[in-house]
Design a protein around this ligand. Structure first.
Ligand code: 4NP
Length: 168
């Protein structure tokens, strides 16, 4: 997927396992960036989980608290990723290799599979990881690390996508 050629509105889905920690946080961070930089109407941003443990729930309270301290209000309601998401979204961003493998199994064409781009591929900070680690069984530092990685990755994603607009 050449993310620079994404059409406007840019339709982006973040995916993790539970859809209560990492992916709703990524959704909140990118929404915040887009709102602060202008033109939120040019974006459609959502998140979903490969699992179905928490459907209808707000994000994990620990993630909501850590995110709130950085200015992000996480109000997403948990839902499971569906086949329809592959036609609705242009970019589908898994948090780790397990989410990615599950999404690849769901894709029915190479074109759909090409929409899957791992979150870690957008992260370039010093503590660079090959995935966004699941914080569910971690302490406060696990949630902070996830937010550090997501802020870095979302800013890079935002710049990549909007630079393309300026070049056209
Ligand atoms: P997430 O974290 O995938 O970042 O939302 C998890 C949340 C809940 C569970 C696993 C991971 N769980 O097993 O309930």
């Amino acid at each position: 997927m050449n993310v620079r050629s994404l059409p406007v509105p840019r339709k982006i889905l973040f995916v993790c396992l539970g859809n209560i920690c990492r992916s709703p946080a990524a959704e909140g961070v990118l929404r915040h960036i887009v709102a602060s930089e202008g033109y939120p109407g040019e974006w459609e941003i959502d998140s979903a989980g490969t699992g179905r443990y928490h459907i209808g729930d707000l994000p994990d309270q620990r993630m909501r608290i850590h995110a709130r301290r950085r200015g992000y209000d996480l109000t997403h309601r948990c839902r499971q990723v569906t086949r329809a998401d592959f036609s609705r979204f242009d970019l589908i961003i898994p948090m780790d290799a397990s989410n990615e493998a599950d999404l690849r199994r769901m894709a029915s064409t190479l074109e759909e599979e090409a929409r899957i781009v791992p979150m870690a591929s957008f992260v370039d900070m010093a503590i660079r990881c090959d995935h966004i680690p699941d914080p569910y069984y971690e302490g406060a530092e696990g949630f902070e690390k996830v937010l550090d990685l997501l802020e870095n990755g979302c800013w890079n994603l935002y710049r990549k996508l909007t630079d393309a607009g300026q070049q056209q």
